[in-house]
Ligand binder design. Structure first.
Ligand code: URA
Length: 260
């Protein structure tokens, strides 16, 4: 059978599985065990394992509360460079093991607009920059339609700095673990307004999803005006929604003009 994925993707997937502890291949084709008749499914585990006492020493350090570790590391960072270094040194997120690069930001630090996307995809993981694939190219065209550009007056980051395997949705615990870094990122970049691209960034910054209702209206987060918009990847799939995205861009432009 001809492979559907390229060499680099296949290798990244394999390395990811090895990192997770996979030691043996038991078949050539994947099996969806949820589709198997009941009698073929392995019996559900009945035994609840006792919670181990946290040992002292370096092992204990590794078992520390990841959110608390992220919070301490983030708040110690006094510059964007220091924040990037702190994120690169953060060892509690499994996504890091499957990613090629930390994707920190692109654009102009201190720009009036900060865009927060979801997570790197394959192209971003390869390049180490956010929004460089098809969705990113559409984002650039959208911005340029209202006189904005990442080389000029926009700063861009993501909720997660590492690519989730196979571009799956970020899990709530991953978002929570990395949120202290995102909050600090906003504080250090200090934009006038924030644009949230899609549901994941709304979940991270506003604590709720529902982009269809949220988009186009101003909200408040971290003491900043926040505008949710449809994610450019969604617009690629649903071109009819570009009409609303255009309205949201005009709203953004009006807000920036109104505030001087
Ligand atoms: N989608 C995102 O949300 N972020 C990226 O960097 C790329 C695609």
């Amino acid at each position: 059978m001809e492979s559907q994925i390229d060499y680099h993707t296949a290798r990244a997937l394999l390395e990811w599985q090895v990192e997770l502890g996979v030691t043996d291949a038991i078949g050539d084709a994947p099996v969806n065990r949820y589709d198997l008749p009941d009698k073929l499914r392995p019996a559900a585990r009945q035994v609840v394992e006792p919670v181990a006492e946290a040992p002292a020493g370096p092992v204990a350090a590794r078992q520390a509360d990841p959110v608390a570790v992220a919070r301490a590391a983030a708040s110690a960072a006094q510059t964007l460079e220091a924040l990037r270094d702190a994120m690169a040194a953060f060892e509690h997120c499994e996504l890091k093991k499957g990613a090629r690069n930390l994707v920190f930001s692109d654009g102009i630090p201190g720009a009036p607009v900060m865009i927060i996307g979801e997570a790197p995809g394959r192209d971003e993981d390869r390049e180490g920059r956010p929004f460089v694939g098809r969705a990113g190219q559409l984002l650039d065209r959208m911005l340029s339609a209202v006189g904005m550009a990442r080389q000029d007056n926009v700063y861009i980051t993501n909720v997660l700095p590492w690519r989730p395997p196979q571009n799956r949705e970020p899990h709530p615990d991953e978002i929570a673990m990395l949120k202290p870094f995102l909050d600090r990122h906003v504080a250090l970049a200090d934009p006038r307004v924030i644009v949230l691209m899609g549901n994941i960034s709304c979940e991270a910054m506003l604590g709720r999803r529902g982009i269809t209702r949220l988009r186009g209206n101003w909200h408040q987060a971290l003491d900043k005006p926040v505008l949710p918009m449809f994610h450019p990847a969604y617009l690629l799939r649903q071109p009819a929604a570009k009409r609303q995205a255009w309205a949201d861009l005009l709203e953004l432009q009006a807000k920036l003009r109104e505030d001087g």
